[in-house]
Design a protein around this ligand. Structure first.
Ligand code: ADP
Ligand code: ZN
Length: 725
């Protein structure tokens, strides 16, 4: 091969052809630098014939500049890049960027200079030099590190370098990772856990594609169970990827992993420093041996890393919607992980206590193998769930906790046990208005109210991140001291608890208070040490946490998630409430759950109260079947936006006029999006509902791709959307 076609990391460009310089050898997947006009561009050498485009005349080809010294992108990963771009209607370059996601790993030297004693002696020995030479026996490090060890100035050491007493050595810049020990501490599994673990270990040993749905109730020990196939993969010399939905959960996971394997796993998430990214990326691409990466725990973006020898993927809390990315390439990491496993020819495990309806359906039709853990580990019982009808048990004026819930809190405080109050609303109050003129505080960039955050004394937009100080006077009527908070957020509930029980130790747990791994770790340590009596939290506390002394869970407003036009509202409410209920009674003491609702008769609320998951899923499945919704039909959203309202509207109307008329495809819209203004852009939406027979992507590409939009208009296609705002 002396001409190559590149997939370049620039979505504005198509594939580009180059020739090889004399003596240069590349293979498909090689990462290369190529000239482009006066500049250069990074690209991946692609398989012949798989990127469409006209052949450039051989005489016009320029030569590749260089090959970047990283392992070539593997064939399964190249196929995954193609599949993801195709399925999600995204540019190949944007997907490839997620693979080559560490600039540091691709550029710059991978080595640095360290120093150590050479065995020589200085021309002139001083007491200082003698002491330094003695202290540095067997040491190696940078001059600064050695100066610290020897307790002398860097100047003293540089003098010794000049005399050849200390010599430079070239070392790899990234430290190797300590190996995980699959036999470090193997817990005794229950018979149920053992059966599931055995089946998964067998799949790891076979190394063929097999998707599993690990459906285990909260507290059944899913983590301990899937640690066994991870151990098997490590023994086997394979890498394992574990995807977690939330960085706040990682701390807990790292701790348990270290107890099981004697060393922490390799971490991957968006807030890694660039040096950490480089170290992890390289170790992942080099494979599991010799200090490479064996087990990688990460957020959804870890799915696209260039694993050298992947042997197993685990997606924990697989129902979580944070696996869906809503900007850039709009992919669902849960679904793409199954595709990656398929291309790699390996098993994949989706673990959850409340699987997505789509996943359960795949298990029902036999595409996924279902493995069940029906009871809690160690004999703990599932909690007792009761409804509190708010139309009968009205909280006091301006309060949100009903008498039964207050009594429950009181009893737990008296017994020295913990309680958790769940409300999926950050901040103090979702709306602030002026008592005098009725002015409502709205975000100037978004069609959304500003949320009051009293802990940080701010009004904040949860959509664009805008923050302002609450004004002294109303900006509309000029009246002072007239602003009222409407509705509760977690901070307000925490205030209510503090007023009712001044002696109680209350902690607010949201992404505002537990945003970093360190703060999450601190919170967990405090809760475990029983330094917290009442936790008030958002969906962040619904999963993963295991506090044995927590015996009461109160759901402040179960109806909240059912409002609005979200097509998955019932399912999401079910999952959230079931997950948060699952935090209660995980230790020896039994748990109780009180669900406050104004609609005790709503099917999802009734199913929660009766603990009848199957009935809920059956009813929901039928509703989806009738509506042609996933998994029976497919959805796609198209979002058009512009800073200019008229431009956005006209683009939407024009696209609407060009809509295809097909039997197996219904198009709703255009309509202003519920969030009709977001970050200063006006938005219009279409919702496409397709039968499974329709070739949705092809139709969308033809329809949307065939339009010429004004330059200020942005068009986004969202396949299998989760967000309907
Ligand atoms: P899940 O994720 O299914 O809700 P966890 O994995 O958090 O459940 O397990 C619940 C608790 O039980 C954890 O504290 C876990 O360490 C413990 N546990 C589960 N299985 C075992 C086991 N085989 N041996 C010892 N402890 C276990
Ligand atoms: Zn905003």
């Amino acid at each position: 091969m002396n001409r190559v076609r590149l997939l370049v990391l620039n979505a504005a460009l198509g594939p580009l052809d180059y020739k090889l310089a004399e003596g240069m050898a590349v293979a498909p997947g090689s990462v290369v630098v190529a000239p482009l006009g006066p500049r250069t561009v990074t690209g991946i050498v692609w398989d012949e014939g798989r990127l469409p485009g006209k052949q450039v005349d051989a005489s016009k080809l320029r030569a590749l500049r260089e090959i970047i010294p990283v392992p070539p992108i593997s064939k399964p990963l190249r196929r995954l890049i193609e599949w993801t771009a195709d399925y999600y209607c995204a540019p190949l370059a944007s997907v490839a960027r997620m693979v080559l996601s560490s600039g540091g790993a691709l550029g710059g030297p991978a080595t640095m200079t360290e120093y150590r004693l050479s065995g020589g002696v200085p021309e002139r020995m001083t007491p200082q030099r003698a002491a330094a030479i003695e202290a540095l026996d067997g040491e190696q490090g940078t001059i600064r590190e050695l100066a610290g060890i020897a307790g002398v100035s860097e100047g003293v050491l540089r003098g010794l370098v000049n005399q050849g007493v200390i010599e430079p050595v070239t070392v790899a810049i990234d430290r190797p990772y300590p190996p995980a020990d699959p036999d470090f501490h193997q817990p005794a599994l229950s018979p149920d856990q053992m059966a599931v673990a055995k089946r998964l270990v067998q799949a790891v040993e076979e190394q063929t594609f097999e998707p599993f749905l690990l459906d285990g109730v909260t507290g059944s020990g899913k983590t301990e169970t899937y640690f066994e196939p991870i151990a098997a993969a490590v023994r086997f010399g394979r890498q394992v990827l574990v995807l977690l939905p939330e960085i706040a959960l990682t701390e807990n996971f790292l701790h348990r992993f270290e107890q099981r394997f004697g060393t922490p796993p390799v971490l991957w998430h968006s807030s890694l420093k660039s040096t950490e990214r480089r170290r992890a990326w390289r170790a992942i691409s080099e494979g599991p041996k010799n200090g490479g990466a064996q087990v990688i725990v990460g957020a959804r973006s870890a799915l696209f890393l260039p694993y050298a020898k992947l042997g197993l993927i685990v997606v924990d809390e697989a129902h979580e919607i944070s696996f869906k990315q809503d900007d850039g390439v709009r992919y669902n990491a849960r679904d793409v992980s199954v595709m990656r496993a398929r291309f790699e020819g390996i098993p994949v495990v989706l673990a959850s206590a409340t699987p997505a309806l789509e996943s359960l359906h795949m298990a029902d039709i036999g595409t996924y193998t279902k493995l069940e853990l029906p009871s809690r580990f160690g004999g703990a019982e599932l909690p007792d769930i009761k409804l509190v009808d708010l139309t009968k048990e009205k909280p006091a004026h301006g309060r949100w906790l009903s008498a039964p819930l207050i009594e429950g809190l009181e009893a737990r405080l008296a017994a020295g046990e913990q309680s958790l109050l769940f409300l999926n609303r950050r901040g103090y109050a979702p709306l602030t208005l002026c008592r005098n003129c009725g002015h409502r505080f709205q975000c100037p960039n978004c069609s959304a109210w500003l949320v009051e955050h009293r802990l940080s004394a701010r009004l904040a937009c949860h959509h664009c991140g805008l923050e302002t100080q609450p004004p002294e006077t109303c900006p509309e009527c000029g009246e002072g001291d007239c602003l009222v908070a409407c509705g509760p957020g977690v901070e307000r509930i925490a205030d209510e608890v503090a007023e009712l029980f001044p002696e109680a130790r209350v902690a607010v747990a949201t992404s505002d208070t537990l945003g970093s791994p360190e703060r999450a770790a601190e919170f967990i340590a405090q809760a475990e040490a029983k330094a917290i009596d009442v936790i008030v939290g958002t969906q962040l506390v619904t999963k993963g946490f295991h506090f044995p002394e927590l015996t009461l869970v109160g759901v402040v407003d179960a109806d909240l998630g059912l409002e609005g036009g979200d097509l998955r509202a019932a399912e999401r409410t079910y999952q959230q409430v079931a997950q948060v209920a699952g935090r209660a009674g995980r230790g020896e003491k039994p748990g109780e759950v009180l669900i406050q609702t104004r609609h005790p008769e709503a099917p999802v609320i009734a199913a929660l109260a009766n603990g009848d998951r199957d009935a809920f899923y059956e009813a929901e499945t039928e509703a989806r079947r009738d509506a042609g919704a996933p998994p029976f039909g497919r959805w796609a959203a198209i979002i058009l936006s512009s800073e200019d309202e008229k431009e956005a509207r006209e683009a939407a109307v024009r696209l609407g006029d060009a809509r295809p008329h097909l039997d197996d495809l219904y198009i709703l819209g255009p309509a202003p999006a519920p969030l009709s203004l977001l970050r200063g852009r006006y938005r219009y939406r279409f919702l496409v509902n397709a039968r499974r027979s329709a070739n949705l992507q092809q139709v969308l590409n033809h329809w949307v791709g065939g339009q010429d939009f004004a330059p200020g208009v942005r068009v986004g296609i969202d396949i299998d959307p989760y967000s309907f705002v």
